[in-house]
Every structure is written in C-alpha cells, then in structure tokens.
Design a protein. Structure first.
Length: 138
C-alpha cells in the first residue's frame, strides 16, 4: 500500500476512535455561520489529524474544515473533515465519519473511516478501493 494511503487510513481510523470516545461524553455545540454546527469533538479530531499529518508529511499543505490552514510550497495538500456528520453527532445519531483527501495537481488520493454505530468503527473499504483518481478535467 502506498505510504500516503497507509497514513491516511490509519489517521482516519484513529480519529474515528477518538470520536467514538467523544460520542459517549456529554456535549455542547455552537454554530459557525448561521446553521453549521461545530463541537469540541470536531476541533479535537482536527487537531489530532493535523498534528499526525504534519508529523508524517511536514512539507504538505493542510486545509481543515474547522479552520486549520497550513500553507506550503508543496504540490501536495490534505483536505480534512474531522467529523463528517456533525449534526448527526451533536444530536446523538450514531452515523458520522472522518474524511481525508490528498490532492496533488489533478490526482486525488482519498481515505475515509466511517463510524456506522456508536459502539465500534466500521472496517475501512479495501485499500484498492481507495486508489487515486483523476479529475474530470484531466
């Protein structure tokens, strides 16, 4: 398995485990903008993911949904949704995910660790299903 994919899958799974732990705790939420919810779990998950990606790939740029912006001259940029399904999470509906994407030019490498129930994370799709794709314009 390619190193980028390996780190992305491991990171998404570990962040998913962090979210499962957070799911069991009392939570408060606030709004970013008019209707978008954000929780402490969103922020904790993003901080974990950003730190881990930066440790493995310090030269890569990182853009996180909750505000992280690490600029870089690199052609590589990670896009992070640390809690995809915040509304579900905030309302205790146990269907949410961690979504990561690595982009280089027109090539995209994707990984996602979905939590289907609040007791354990689902297994990730097979690595071959998470391969690179080309954008329609390429």
């Amino acid at each position: 398995m390619n190193r980028y994919l390996e780190v992305a899958v491991e990171t998404a799974q570990q962040a998913g485990a962090l979210l499962l732990d957070e799911f069991q705790k009392p939570r408060a939420h606030e709004y970013k903008g008019g209707v978008d919810l954000v929780t402490a779990a969103d922020r904790r998950s993003e901080a974990f993911i950003v730190e881990r990606l930066h440790t493995y790939f310090p030269q890569h740029a990182i853009v996180g949904e909750e505000g992280t912006r690490r600029e870089s001259e690199s052609d590589y940029c990670w896009y992070v949704d640390p809690l995809d399904g915040t509304t579900n999470f905030a309302h205790r509906y146990p269907c949410f995910a961690v979504s990561l994407a690595l982009v280089r030019g027109e090539e995209t490498l994707r990984a996602s660790s979905t939590t289907r129930c609040a007791t354990k994370p689902s297994r990730p799709p097979p690595a071959k299903a998470l391969g690179s794709t080309r954008s329609p314009s390429g």
